[in-house]
Design a protein around this ligand. Sequence first.
Ligand code: PNS
Length: 159
Amino acid sequence: MRRVVCPGSFDPVTNGHIDIISRAAQLYDEVVVAVAQNPSKTTLFTAAERVELIREATKRYDNVRVDRFEGLTVDFCRDNDISAIIKGLRAVSDFDYEMQMAQMNYNQAGVETLFMTTNPLYAFLSSSLVKDFAKFGGDVSGLVPANVLERLNSRLAES
Ligand code: PNS
């Protein structure tokens, strides 16, 4: 089975992420969306919540599975029999860091990284910007899945 992992923080998942995941699902037998759980990083949503939000937002794709991990992406790949990582590239500014990480992952574990160019509709989009705009009353509908919009607004209203 040809399997690829799409790793990230997804705090929260955006339409840009969903675009990459759905296009990867057309190329691979299975796409595993791996939510990074980093105890030293403060997030708006817990790892369990981020997983749940992505599951809801991707339920129409039969070959997309969502899981979470702690530690190295390449260890997750080894444990799940995955030989490639897929990443969306928004702009040249993403490239330096992503290339370095891709080369490190290949050097350390022989895991390949494939870069997919982001849909230009979402080239400016990031989870951080979505949170910042939503926090100050910006309208982020159209930038995140409907279930995320609802949870984002209610979470921000609590704080
Ligand atoms: O959505 P993000 O925050 O840009 O995702 C970054 C993520 C989680 C994909 C990246 O930080 C990652 O792969 N973390 C796991 C730790 C790891 O494997 N680091 C090795 C870098 S060479």
